[in-house]
Design a protein around this ligand. Structure first.
Ligand code: GDP
Length: 193
Protein backbone atom coordinates (compact mmCIF):
# COMPACT_ATOMS: atom_id res chain seq x y z
CA UNK A 1 0.00 0.00 0.00
CA UNK A 2 1.26 3.43 -0.87
CA UNK A 3 0.31 5.64 2.06
CA UNK A 4 -0.57 9.26 1.41
CA UNK A 5 -2.98 10.05 4.12
CA UNK A 6 -2.59 9.30 7.81
CA UNK A 7 -4.42 10.83 10.67
CA UNK A 8 -3.52 10.25 14.27
CA UNK A 9 -7.07 10.22 15.42
CA UNK A 10 -6.92 9.64 19.09
CA UNK A 11 -5.60 8.16 22.22
CA UNK A 12 -8.07 5.91 23.92
CA UNK A 13 -8.26 3.84 27.03
CA UNK A 14 -11.84 2.71 27.33
CA UNK A 15 -13.79 0.87 24.62
CA UNK A 16 -16.27 3.73 24.23
CA UNK A 17 -13.37 5.89 23.07
CA UNK A 18 -12.35 3.54 20.28
CA UNK A 19 -13.14 4.70 16.74
CA UNK A 20 -16.52 3.80 15.33
CA UNK A 21 -15.63 3.54 11.62
CA UNK A 22 -15.34 -0.22 11.77
CA UNK A 23 -12.23 -0.29 9.55
CA UNK A 24 -9.94 -3.27 10.10
CA UNK A 25 -7.46 -2.69 12.91
CA UNK A 26 -3.92 -3.96 13.35
CA UNK A 27 -2.40 -3.59 16.80
CA UNK A 28 1.32 -3.06 17.22
CA UNK A 29 3.01 -4.73 20.16
CA UNK A 30 6.64 -4.91 21.19
CA UNK A 31 9.10 -4.63 24.00
CA UNK A 32 10.03 -1.03 24.71
CA UNK A 33 12.85 0.16 22.48
CA UNK A 34 12.55 -2.74 20.05
CA UNK A 35 11.82 -0.39 17.15
CA UNK A 36 8.01 -0.29 17.15
CA UNK A 37 7.64 3.45 16.52
CA UNK A 38 10.26 3.27 13.78
CA UNK A 39 8.29 0.44 12.16
CA UNK A 40 5.06 2.43 12.21
CA UNK A 41 6.73 5.55 10.85
CA UNK A 42 8.43 3.59 8.07
CA UNK A 43 5.22 1.84 7.06
CA UNK A 44 3.26 5.08 6.86
CA UNK A 45 6.10 7.06 5.31
CA UNK A 46 6.39 9.60 8.09
CA UNK A 47 9.51 10.69 9.89
CA UNK A 48 8.05 10.89 13.35
CA UNK A 49 4.31 10.64 13.58
CA UNK A 50 4.51 7.77 16.02
CA UNK A 51 6.32 8.88 19.10
CA UNK A 52 9.60 7.14 19.68
CA UNK A 53 10.65 5.55 22.93
CA UNK A 54 8.28 7.19 25.35
CA UNK A 55 9.10 6.81 28.99
CA UNK A 56 7.52 3.96 30.95
CA UNK A 57 4.15 4.88 32.30
CA UNK A 58 3.75 7.69 29.80
CA UNK A 59 1.94 5.82 27.06
CA UNK A 60 -0.79 3.88 28.80
CA UNK A 61 -3.16 4.60 25.95
CA UNK A 62 -4.00 3.06 22.61
CA UNK A 63 -3.06 5.39 19.78
CA UNK A 64 -5.16 4.99 16.65
CA UNK A 65 -3.67 5.95 13.30
CA UNK A 66 -6.19 6.10 10.50
CA UNK A 67 -4.57 5.14 7.20
CA UNK A 68 -6.06 6.02 3.80
CA UNK A 69 -9.60 5.80 5.20
CA UNK A 70 -9.12 2.03 5.06
CA UNK A 71 -7.55 0.71 8.22
CA UNK A 72 -6.14 1.59 11.61
CA UNK A 73 -2.77 0.95 13.12
CA UNK A 74 -3.24 0.78 16.85
CA UNK A 75 -0.10 1.47 18.81
CA UNK A 76 -0.17 -0.13 22.24
CA UNK A 77 2.24 0.65 25.09
CA UNK A 78 5.58 -1.13 24.89
CA UNK A 79 5.99 -3.98 27.33
CA UNK A 80 8.85 -5.38 29.34
CA UNK A 81 10.29 -2.39 31.07
CA UNK A 82 12.25 -3.71 34.04
CA UNK A 83 11.50 -0.50 35.87
CA UNK A 84 7.76 -0.56 35.48
CA UNK A 85 6.08 -1.21 38.80
CA UNK A 86 4.00 -4.31 39.32
CA UNK A 87 0.80 -2.30 39.59
CA UNK A 88 1.54 -0.51 36.34
CA UNK A 89 2.28 -3.86 34.67
CA UNK A 90 -1.04 -5.14 35.81
CA UNK A 91 -2.78 -2.07 34.39
CA UNK A 92 -0.96 -2.65 31.11
CA UNK A 93 -2.05 -6.25 31.07
CA UNK A 94 -5.72 -5.62 31.77
CA UNK A 95 -5.99 -2.75 29.40
CA UNK A 96 -4.35 -4.48 26.47
CA UNK A 97 -5.98 -7.76 27.25
CA UNK A 98 -9.40 -6.19 27.04
CA UNK A 99 -8.63 -4.57 23.69
CA UNK A 100 -7.00 -7.67 22.22
CA UNK A 101 -9.70 -10.09 23.29
CA UNK A 102 -12.86 -8.03 22.82
CA UNK A 103 -12.23 -5.76 19.86
CA UNK A 104 -14.23 -6.91 16.89
CA UNK A 105 -12.39 -5.03 14.06
CA UNK A 106 -8.98 -6.29 15.25
CA UNK A 107 -7.62 -8.53 12.49
CA UNK A 108 -4.14 -9.34 13.76
CA UNK A 109 -1.49 -8.24 16.18
CA UNK A 110 1.75 -7.14 14.61
CA UNK A 111 4.38 -8.12 17.15
CA UNK A 112 7.80 -6.55 16.72
CA UNK A 113 10.88 -8.46 17.81
CA UNK A 114 14.60 -7.90 17.28
CA UNK A 115 16.03 -10.18 14.57
CA UNK A 116 19.45 -10.07 16.22
CA UNK A 117 18.41 -11.78 19.45
CA UNK A 118 16.27 -14.68 20.58
CA UNK A 119 12.88 -13.37 21.72
CA UNK A 120 12.80 -12.50 25.44
CA UNK A 121 10.55 -14.06 28.07
CA UNK A 122 8.28 -11.01 27.69
CA UNK A 123 8.15 -11.50 23.92
CA UNK A 124 7.17 -15.14 24.46
CA UNK A 125 4.53 -14.19 27.04
CA UNK A 126 3.02 -11.71 24.59
CA UNK A 127 2.93 -14.26 21.79
CA UNK A 128 1.51 -16.96 24.08
CA UNK A 129 -1.29 -14.60 24.99
CA UNK A 130 -2.17 -14.22 21.29
CA UNK A 131 -2.14 -17.99 20.83
CA UNK A 132 -4.33 -18.55 23.89
CA UNK A 133 -6.84 -16.06 22.52
CA UNK A 134 -6.76 -17.31 18.95
CA UNK A 135 -5.54 -13.97 17.69
CA UNK A 136 -3.54 -14.09 14.44
CA UNK A 137 -0.06 -12.60 14.64
CA UNK A 138 2.32 -11.06 12.16
CA UNK A 139 5.83 -11.23 13.57
CA UNK A 140 8.15 -8.48 12.39
CA UNK A 141 11.81 -9.20 13.09
CA UNK A 142 13.36 -5.77 12.80
CA UNK A 143 16.84 -4.23 12.78
CA UNK A 144 17.83 -6.68 10.02
CA UNK A 145 20.31 -4.11 8.71
CA UNK A 146 22.42 -4.84 11.77
CA UNK A 147 23.22 -8.40 10.73
CA UNK A 148 24.55 -9.77 7.46
CA UNK A 149 21.95 -11.07 5.04
CA UNK A 150 23.60 -14.49 5.05
CA UNK A 151 22.60 -14.91 8.69
CA UNK A 152 18.95 -13.89 8.39
CA UNK A 153 17.65 -17.44 7.89
CA UNK A 154 19.46 -18.71 10.96
CA UNK A 155 18.10 -15.83 13.06
CA UNK A 156 14.60 -16.31 11.69
CA UNK A 157 14.72 -19.93 12.78
CA UNK A 158 15.66 -18.88 16.32
CA UNK A 159 12.74 -16.43 16.41
CA UNK A 160 10.29 -19.00 15.05
CA UNK A 161 11.42 -21.72 17.45
CA UNK A 162 11.76 -19.56 20.57
CA UNK A 163 8.28 -18.14 20.15
CA UNK A 164 7.00 -21.59 19.14
CA UNK A 165 5.20 -19.89 16.29
CA UNK A 166 2.06 -21.26 14.74
CA UNK A 167 3.01 -22.38 11.21
CA UNK A 168 0.47 -20.06 9.61
CA UNK A 169 1.70 -16.87 11.29
CA UNK A 170 3.95 -14.77 9.08
CA UNK A 171 7.51 -13.94 10.10
CA UNK A 172 8.92 -10.98 8.18
CA UNK A 173 12.49 -9.72 8.25
CA UNK A 174 12.41 -5.94 8.46
CA UNK A 175 14.57 -2.84 8.71
CA UNK A 176 13.19 0.61 9.36
CA UNK A 177 16.60 1.99 8.53
CA UNK A 178 16.78 0.38 5.07
CA UNK A 179 13.13 -0.22 4.24
CA UNK A 180 13.66 -3.97 4.06
CA UNK A 181 10.44 -6.00 4.34
CA UNK A 182 8.07 -3.10 3.82
CA UNK A 183 6.29 -4.50 0.76
CA UNK A 184 6.02 -7.91 2.35
CA UNK A 185 4.58 -6.44 5.55
CA UNK A 186 2.00 -4.41 3.62
CA UNK A 187 1.08 -7.45 1.54
CA UNK A 188 0.51 -9.48 4.69
CA UNK A 189 -1.62 -6.73 6.25
CA UNK A 190 -3.69 -6.20 3.11
CA UNK A 191 -4.34 -9.92 2.80
CA UNK A 192 -6.01 -9.82 6.19
CA UNK A 193 -8.15 -6.75 5.64
P1 GDP B 1 10.18 1.73 20.34
O1 GDP B 1 10.46 2.08 21.78
O2 GDP B 1 9.89 0.27 20.20
O3 GDP B 1 9.15 2.59 19.70
O4 GDP B 1 11.57 1.90 19.56
P2 GDP B 1 12.08 3.04 18.54
O5 GDP B 1 11.36 2.95 17.24
O6 GDP B 1 12.09 4.34 19.23
O7 GDP B 1 13.56 2.52 18.27
C1 GDP B 1 14.50 2.33 19.31
C2 GDP B 1 15.90 2.55 18.77
O8 GDP B 1 16.21 1.60 17.78
C3 GDP B 1 16.07 3.91 18.10
O9 GDP B 1 17.36 4.40 18.42
C4 GDP B 1 15.95 3.60 16.63
O10 GDP B 1 16.66 4.51 15.80
C5 GDP B 1 16.55 2.22 16.54
N1 GDP B 1 15.98 1.42 15.45
C6 GDP B 1 14.66 1.15 15.26
N2 GDP B 1 14.49 0.38 14.15
C7 GDP B 1 15.71 0.17 13.62
C8 GDP B 1 16.19 -0.54 12.45
O11 GDP B 1 15.44 -1.16 11.68
N3 GDP B 1 17.55 -0.53 12.25
C9 GDP B 1 18.41 0.11 13.09
N4 GDP B 1 19.72 0.05 12.80
N5 GDP B 1 18.00 0.80 14.17
C10 GDP B 1 16.66 0.84 14.45
Amino acid sequence: MKVHNVEMIMSAVRPEQYPAEGYPEFALAGRSNVGKSSFINKMIGRKSLARTSSKPGKTQTLNFYKIEEQLFFVDVPGYGYAKVSKSSRETWGKFIQQYMTEREPLRAVIQIVDLRHAPSADDCAMYDFLVENNMPAIIIATKADKIPKGKWEKHKKVVRETLAMRPYDALIVFSSEKGIGMDEAWKEIESRM
